[in-house]
Structure formats: structure tokens, C-alpha cells
Ligand binder design. Structure first.
Ligand SMILES: [Zn+2]
Length: 390
């Protein structure tokens, strides 16, 4: 069970504590009365969004974000619990998981609908909402170093925020993600993720939703595309990494990145909010197992983007949409990163220097790191390496 305690920061931003223990939640209820001592200035207006008539895509113009906090020293971390010397974003003596509105949002805080028929020159308010999820009060680590209990609370927080943000006016897509590692642009080292609630369906989510809807329609509404892919991958076997009861992880047949893993529920569910308690329990174990394997590949932590692909808010698209995680890393060797060059960046045509089957084999054989030796045993078993046995 996860307890929620809402509070407000001094500039009016919403902040919500998520706690597994009633004791911890009770402390936050007391703290909520004393709250943020900083007396922050009123929030600025939302930025703008410009319509790119050439591609049909919306581009957020967030020049105000240039002044945001960039790799602050540990004693000035905005995600550590507040102290007299560091009045951080989190006015609590300690916390488990906390979600709050980003002080420098790319979208929001205003909510509303973008114009229906945009054309060249259309500028709109960058409606929406950007939130920060602090995974733990400890300054070091990332999702993979969380205790199973803490990871489970983060999953509940993602699910609750997905449901709440999807219900806000004008929100078309909710995106929970974690950027890990300075190599891919992380500006705060404290373990955290973000949630973007967009006023449009972003290009990649739109492409996935369109493919899913077409497949679903062609099957007479009886099959989902991801369900078909999952069954095909489990049957082929050579790209599987973990097979559990409710979730499986595999390297996709046509992976774009040197390291790309898809973590997929066995049941069609539109978003994280739709997962049952039992599914969330297994997701916790499988995801921690997967991240442990990824960090066992190289001597140093591997940078990654963990992107939750959820169905858009649109009720029709939710019929064919299928929740899954796409974890990607540009790392192609211990000391080499893939850069998005001409073909990828300019044309969107990916060239992968690794084979998905070899990467899957490495992850299946990766030993869990020493730091995870005390973790709960994973529910899932590693997929059998059918090719190696042949
Ligand atoms: Zn910190």
C-alpha cells in the first residue's frame, strides 16, 4: 500500500509524497503545515510552442530553461531533503518518493488545448505539465540501486501521476522516463526521473499508436501488435533476456540502438495505472533484475534512457495501445558511445553496430552486481539461451 500526502511549495507548485509506511506519511502530514521556507517568486508564464508546418510537429520554445540548475555540488542538491544550509525543493527531514512540478518546465504550468488547424506561423502556449520524481532521499544511485520496496513505491507514483495527468484539460500523452548518466544530458545526479504531460501526441508515440491501431483494426479488433510481437519474440527465443509470469524483457528484432531492451507486460494494458498489484510486484523484480544485468555489462555504469511508452489519452487509441518500457543506451563498448550522425539525426534512419541476438546473449549471461546481492530474488527466470544450447 502506498500513502499519498499532497503539499505545496512556496510558489504554489504541487508536491506529493509517496510513502510505503504510514509512519513516514504521518510525518509528512505534520511537515505540510510548516512547509517550504524559501519564499520563491511567483511562477513565470508558460513558454511557447511553435508549429513546424514542414513536418507537422510541435516544437516547444523554452528559452527560460537556460538558467536551470546544472550539476550542482552535492551540498546544494535540490532533490536532497532540505536542511538550514540547503533549502532544497523538498521541505522534509527525510522522504521515500516525492513528485513535484518542475520549476523550469518545458510544458506548462498553464493547461489548455492547442489550435486545431495549425499552419505556418502558428504559435501557441506550451500547455502541459512537467514533473520531477525523486526516487529516494539518498543522493547517490539510480533506479537500479533502489530497494525493491522503494522501487515498488516509484511504480505506484508513476501510475498515480499517469492517471491524474491524463485527466487534466488538454493533455494528450503522459510520458514517464529516466535519463541516467551525464553522457546523455543528465543535469542532476540525485536519482530521479521525470514525467511530461504533453498537449499533443509526440512524433514517436504517434507513429507507434498509428501502427498499433492499424494492426488492431486489420485483426477485426481481436489482436494487438505488441501482443503479436511479444508472442513472436518468446517463440523465437534468441533475443529474450528475462521471462516472467507477467512481464518479459527482450532485445527487439530491429533494435535501433547498440543497447535497446523492451520490457513488456504479458497482458494488454494501456498504461501503468492499469497494472494490478501483482503485476506491479513482478515489474519491480524484473526491472531491477534487468538494470542489474545492464550495469554488469561494463566496469562503469551504463548511461541509458528508460522510456515508458504508454497509450495516448485518446480512448480509441487506448483500445490498441500497449504499455511497455523502451530502454535505450548509446553505449556500444566500454569506452565508446554511438552518436546520432547524419543518417540517424537528419533522416531518422538508424544503423546499428551490434546484433540484437549478441546483446541479448550478453545480458542473459550478465552476473547481477554485488550491490544487488541482498535484493529480493527476482520472480522471473532468465530466458533459456536456446541458441547456445543448440
Ligand atoms: Zn541529492
Amino acid at each position: 500500500m502506498t500513502f499519498m500526502t499532497p503539499a505545496r511549495l512556496s510558489d504554489g507548485r504541487e508536491l506529493i509524497y509517496f510513502d510505503a509506511s504510514e509512519h513516514s506519511a504521518a510525518r509528512h502530514r505534520d511537515e505540510a503545515a510548516s512547509a517550504d521556507q524559501r519564499g520563491l517568486p511567483a511562477r513565470g508564464a508558460a513558454g511557447t510552442a511553435r508549429f513546424d508546418a514542414l513536418s507537422g510537429e510541435w516544437i516547444a520554445v523554452a528559452a527560460h530553461r537556460q538558467s536551470r540548475t546544472h550539476l550542482p555540488p552535492a551540498d546544494q542538491c535540490p532533490l536532497c531533503p532540505a536542511t538550514p544550509g540547503n533549502l532544497s525543493e523538498i521541505p522534509a527531514a527525510d522522504y521515500e518518493v516525492v513528485v513535484f512540478e518542475n520549476r523550469f518546465p518545458s510544458f506548462g504550468p498553464d493547461l489548455g488545448e492547442l489550435p486545431d488547424s495549425p499552419e505556418w506561423g502558428t504559435t501557441a502556449t506550451a500547455y502541459g505539465r512537467c514533473e520531477v520524481v525523486a526516487f529516494d532521499s539518498a543522493h547517490q544511485g539510480s533506479f537500479g540501486s533502489l530497494s525493491p520496496e522503494r522501487a515498488r513505491t516509484v511504480i505506484d507514483a508513476w501510475a498515480q501521476r499517469t492517471e491524474a495527468l491524463s485527466a487534466m484539460p488538454g493533455i494528450k500523452q503522459v510520458f514517464c522516463f529516466e535519463n541516467r548518466g551525464a553522457d546523455i544530458g543528465v543535469t542532476l545526479l540525485h536519482p530521479h526521473g521525470q514525467i511530461y504531460a504533453y498537449p499533443f501526441i509526440p512524433p514517436r508515440a504517434a507513429a507507434l499508436a498509428d501502427r498499433a491501431a492499424r494492426f488492431h483494426a486489420a485483426s477485426g479488433g481481436t489482436k494487438t501488435l505488441m501482443g503479436h510481437i511479444l508472442a513472436s519474440e518468446r517463440s523465437a527465443g534468441d533475443r529474450m533476456v528475462i521471462e516472467g509470469k507477467h512481464f518479459s524483457a527482450f532485445i527487439p528484432f530491429a533494435a535501433r540502438w547498440p543497447l535497446e531492451v523492451h520490457l513488456v507486460p504479458h497482458r494488454q494494458v494501456a498504461d501503468l495505472a492499469g497494472l494490478t498489484g501483482e503485476e506491479r510486484d513482478e515489474l519491480t523484480a524484473v526491472y531491477l533484475d534487468l538494470l542489474g544485468r545492464i550495469d554488469a555489462l561494463y566496469p562503469t555504469p551504463t548511461p541509458y534512457i528508460a522510456a515508458w511508452q504508454q497509450a495516448p489519452v485518446d480512448p480509441v487509441l487506448r483500445q490498441s495501445g500497449y504499455l511497455h518500457l523502451q530502454l535505450t543506451s548509446p553505449r556500444r563498448a566500454a569506452d565508446k558511445l554511438k552518436y546520432l550522425a547524419g543518417s540517424e539525426a537528419a533522416m531518422g534512419a538508424f544503423i546499428n553496430d551490434t546484433t540484437p541476438e549478441a546483446v541479448a546473449r550478453s545480458l542473459r549471461n550478465a552476473l547481477p552486481s554485488a550491490s544487488r546481492a541482498n535484493a529480493q530474488p527476482a520472480v522471473a527466470r532468465p530466458a533459456t539461451d536456446r541458441k547456445d544450447q543448440a
